[in-house]
Design a protein around this ligand. Structure first.
Ligand code: ADP
Length: 163
């Protein structure tokens, strides 16, 4: 069975990686898909996010990392995938995730959403806060893998040089 794990991944954190690694014991193949959502303007470009995900995950023929512009259900249908994988950190995630799951079901009734609870260690972790910490020179090594830590340093160093 194959699953799609869509998200903004701006950037990928240890929380996302934990979900992917645990899901690799359950699914035969996981497509980690950077969803090109025009509403959310990110820090990293779509291409940078894909590169950072690839650098942060072990090489495995069970993993496909790509980006997609459009509906997740369309990507799923085109690739013959029936499971959307999502992570739940807290009750606050639940309401949003429930809505999205129902929309996806309405758009394609074959699609089931599969939730994994965030590891307790990472249940407070989100990309937005990591970016804030990095912006002000804080240590993010506990929250993100090395390639992301380095990319954040470069991103914010360039910003400082510009302003
Ligand atoms: P966010 O919603 O924080 O911007 P993404 O869109 O990148 O994050 O998230 C993709 C999926 O990963 C979502 O289902 C989200 O709930 C989940 N996720 C994000 N951070 C974590 C974490 N620390 N632990 C587990 N799941 C997470």
């Amino acid at each position: 069975m194959r699953a799609i794990y869509p998200g903004a991944f701006d950037p990928i954190t240890h929380g996302h990686i934990d979900i992917i690694m645990r899901a690799m014991d359950i699914f035969d193949e996981i497509h980690v898909v950077v969803a090109n959502n025009t509403v959310k303007n990110g820090l990293f470009s779509w291409g940078e996010r894909v590169e950072l995900i690839k650098k942060s995950l072990p090489a495995s023929d069970k993993l496909v990392v790509t980006n997609h512009q459009g509906l997740i259900v369309d990507y799923a249908q085109r690739n013959d995938i029936n499971v959307v994988l999502r992570g739940l950190r807290a009750v606050t995630d639940f309401e949003y995730e429930l809505q999205i799951a129902h929309y996806n079901k309405a758009l394609n009734k074959k699609v089931e959403t599969f939730f994994l609870m965030a590891n307790v260690e990472y249940s407070f972790l989100n990309s937005a806060t990591v970016k804030e910490i990095a912006k002000f020179g804080g240590d993010v090594s506990k929250f993100v893998p090395k390639p992301v830590e380095e990319a954040l340093t470069i991103k914010f160093k360039c910003d400082k040089e510009i302003f």
